[in-house]
Design a protein around this ligand. Structure first.
Ligand code: AMP
Length: 415
């Protein structure tokens, strides 16, 4: 019997791995600039961690979590999202007693038994940030900006920021009451899923893809926010605008997890179709306390890297290729070509050559495919003149350069 990967999982082959490595590098660069420190958490946790934090009535916990009993009879779950694990680690290691404020990031695999479709897998990766210990609106903004900065770094310029506030435990119940009254009249028209959510999680009905068009006249939560939540949201919006971030107010944005308070936001790439959210996040001021810690305001986001890769592919963002590709013609030139290749690699450049004895035309095609910035062509004429032909693949211009790795390196560096 031939084995196949499990439904909703997939292999990432070398051609794509490069993109992932580049993305991870950019994540680490961006997080360094914003002073977020990396945390790594286990793949599985006690299932109860997620029912207590993500929420027992959420789709993630009710329908999608991979749970199992281990040989010791413990109820475990493959982690469906990162925030609960990070907060658990924060509490378990007493981070709050080491410093009042922590900024963390992670790149982790997540597992959810959802119906696989474009942009939705059962195993996927998230880049997340969590900042614990501040209620400042500047922190909400910093987090949103960090995400946008990351998208810019990887060449994704078509990301929109959708934003809303879902209030706090003081003002949300009043809104829920009004929303329920409104929804009660609409209930017969709503889908079965929303009918179920009406009792358990009415806010989630607002972002149901099926019913959303019928709910355009739903009451806006903004009109029900308490003074503290309203002031906070107004401040976040005003700072974002000052920073030149174009935001889309989305009164129906509620996010699927229980722990959010105040600001919620999503990064959206409209062209991706049904699964167009590339990331989402917000404040979760009550979560640390719910999980047994002290009152600790916090905020964060999770960006779905698989969808980011999809969006990059659609936009045709090619990740940077190698610095140079050596093309040679004949045995003698191959000898020289190989030593130039190795000398340039030794001083830090990334390079490649053909190892299959192909024609010049085929070698040029490989060079193109590799994304090389330069092609170093060494023919017999060049060899006699102790020169190489250097082709700039971006501009198409060609020039002769002395056959010396330092000279070639100098020209390549000027690219
Ligand atoms: P969430 O934790 O549900 O807020 O998701 C945050 C981000 O993770 C989403 O915006 C998606 O980009 C990504 N994501 C969530 N679920 C999946 C999935 N099943 N497959 C791929 N990416 C996902």
């Amino acid at each position: 019997m031939a084995f196949e990967s499990i439904k909703g999982t997939r292999d990432i082959l070398p051609e794509e791995t490069k993109k992932w490595v580049d993305i991870e590098k950019k994540i680490r660069e961006v997080c360094r600039r914003y002073n977020y420190k990396e945390i790594r958490v286990p793949t599985f946790e006690r299932a109860e961690l997620f029912s207590k934090s993500t929420g027992k009535d959420t789709d993630i916990v009710q329908k999608e979590m991979y749970t199992f009993k281990d040989k010791g009879g413990r109820n475990l779950a493959l982690k469906p999202e990162g925030t609960p694990s990070v907060v658990r680690a924060y509490l378990e290691h007493g981070l709050s007693s080491k410093a009042p404020f922590h900024k963390l990031f992670y790149i982790e695999r997540m597992f959810r038994q959802e119906r696989p479709q474009k942009g939705r897998w059962r195993e996927f990766s998230q880049f997340g940030v969590e900042a614990l210990g501040s209620k400042s609106p500047y922190l909400d903004v910093e987090i949103i900006l960090l995400g946008m900065d990351f998208f810019r770094q990887i060449g994704l310029s078509n990301v929109e920021v959708h934003i809303n506030s879902i209030g706090c435990s003081r003002c949300r119940p009043n809104y829920k009451k009004h929303l329920r009254e409104y929804l009660l009249k609409k209930l017969p028209e709503l889908c079965d899923d929303c009918k179920r959510k009406f009792k358990t999680n009415p806010l989630r009905i607002l972002d149901c893809k099926v019913d959303r068009p019928k709910l355009k006249d739903a009451p806006h939560i903004y009109d029900f926010l308490c003074k503290e939540c309203k002031d906070h949201f107004d401040a976040v919006v005003s700072i974002l605008k000052k920073q030149g971030v174009k935001i889309i107010m989305n009164h129906n944005l509620v996010r699927g997890l229980d722990y959010y308070t105040k600001t919620v936001f999503e990064y959206v790439v409209s062209s991706l179709g049904a699964q167009n959210a590339v990331g989402g996040g917000g404040r979760y001021d009550d979560l640390v306390k719910i999980m047994g810690g002290r009152d600790t305001p916090a905020a964060g986001f999770a960006i779905g890297l698989d969808r980011v890769v999809l969006a990059m592919r659609e936009k045709d963002v090619v990740s940077n290729g190698i610095d140079f590709f050596v093309v040679t013609i004949g045995e003698e030139t191959e000898k020289i070509g190989f030593s130039i290749l190795q000398q340039l690699r030794n001083i830090g450049f990334s390079g490649e050559k053909d190892f299959t004895g192909r024609s010049i035309k085929a070698q040029m095609r490989s060079a193109n495919k590799s994304g090389a910035k330069y092609v170093i062509i060494i023919g017999e004429d060049e060899l006699r003149a102790k020169k190489v032909r250097l082709k700039n693949m971006k501009t198409g211009s060609e020039e002769d350069v002395i056959l010396n790795e330092r000279e070639i390196a100098r020209r390549i560096s000027e690219c």
